[in-house]
Structure formats: C-alpha cells, structure tokens
Design a protein around this ligand. Sequence first.
Ligand SMILES: [Zn+2]
Length: 273
Amino acid sequence: MPEGPEIRIAADEVQSVLVRRPTTSVFFAFAHLKKYQKKFKGSRVRRIETRGKAMLTRFDNDLVIYSHNQLYGKWMTSTSGVRPETSRQLRLAIHNSKAAAFLYSASDIEVLKAADVDSHPFLARLGPDLLSQTPTVPALIKRMREKKFRNRQLSGLLLDQEFVAGLGNYLRAEILYFSAIHPTRRPADLDDAEIKRLSGNIIKLTLRSYKTRGVINPPTLVKRLKTQGLTTRAQNRFSVFQREGEPCYRCSDTITRMDSGGRHIFLCPQCQQ
Ligand SMILES: [Zn+2]
C-alpha cells in the first residue's frame, strides 16, 4: 500500500509532464464528466497537490480535477501520441503538445471549482497532507493536544488520515521508534519533550522517505550497515519495520511485533518503553 511519500512521487511525475504547457485535450471516461472536456482546452496545469491518497490537479481556468486512487487507480505518463501499454481501463487522460498523463482504473473522479475544494466532503475531513501542505512542528504539537486526538493510542492515531494525511504502516513504526515512544501511549501521556520529538519526526521522516524514495534510516546509519554487509536498500532502509527477531541497531535488544487493529506494528521493547 503506497504511503504519502510514494503518492507524492507519483504526483511529481504527472506534474512534471503537465505543468506550463497548454492542455490540448482532456478525456473523461464517465458520461457525467464529458461536459467538462472542452473547458480544459488551452488551460494550463498550475500544480498537482496530494491530500492523502487523493490528488488535486489544479488548472489556471479555476477548475480542479479531483481523483482518488482507492486501491486500484494508477497514473501513467507518456510522450505525446504514445499510449502506455496496459490492459487497465482508462478513466482520465490529459494531453498537451509534448506529453500526456493517463489515470487508469480509478472510479472516484470529479471536477471541482477551486473555491469548493476545501468544502469537499472527503477532503474536509482530512488532516494536513505532510508533503503538499507541509504542516510545521508547532502546528502538529497543537493538533496532537486537541481533545479529539489527545486520548487516542498513537498506534491508531498515526494511521488516522483525519489526524495527518500521508502516514501508513512503515512510517508509523519508524516514527515511533525514532521518537523512542511505545505505540500504546497517547499524546496525553507524553511530556513536552516527547511530543515535540514525535511531531518533529512525523515531518522529518516523511520528508526523508520522499527524498530518498523510501529509506528511513539516517545516511550515517545506512553507511555503517553497508560496511557490515547489509548492502541492499531492502536490508538497510528500516530500523524496525519488518525486522522482527533481529537486533536493534541502537541497543541490540530484539525487535518485536505487536498486532494493532489487524495490522502489524514493529518496535524495540528496550528503546520504546
Ligand atoms: Zn533498541
């Protein structure tokens, strides 16, 4: 399941082929959206924002294409005139003179006016997107102390897209490990230093994963692990995620696995008491 960093990377790719060039045509597969096709001709894509797993393609004609990939949607790009090879159902295509972007299989596509984006029923419920809206550490601290969030176990809270949009299973485990906080604790249980550290790591590790395409461990640790023979990305990217039974890089205790809401969470019992 892609998490915020993977979704932002996909958005970057689509954005890079669409921005600045005038749109030559837009295709919608769904009948109720066909009426919008001609409205996009000649307009330019300003930027593509991510909101959790939703994408907002913003045009300079004040219209926004909202798309949600659910589990199956997939964006592909190509140079002009070339259709990507896939057996998937095409749902949306945006063409310009040089390139095109295609959205396959997604069923949740809408055209919104820019002014209506914030009141969209799905988007209005989401917390700030960590890579498109980039909340600050003080803003996250404040959010964690809000009544509706402060008494929830962090194991569940960090995956709740209403708290922040973009965290999934691997980021949750690694953020709690690097913050030295046990997953069953709640924001209300944390002291000021812990809540600050946790908020900082939510931002820092998500950004690092985006920049490194999924490597959470800091560069110095990755370097050390490589000298110990852990040379592949799969071997050295995480400190706890999917490392059950292996030694903690910090204290050498054994990484364990807990089940939380049907999903596994990995932790170091010594570092995260
Ligand atoms: Zn440890």
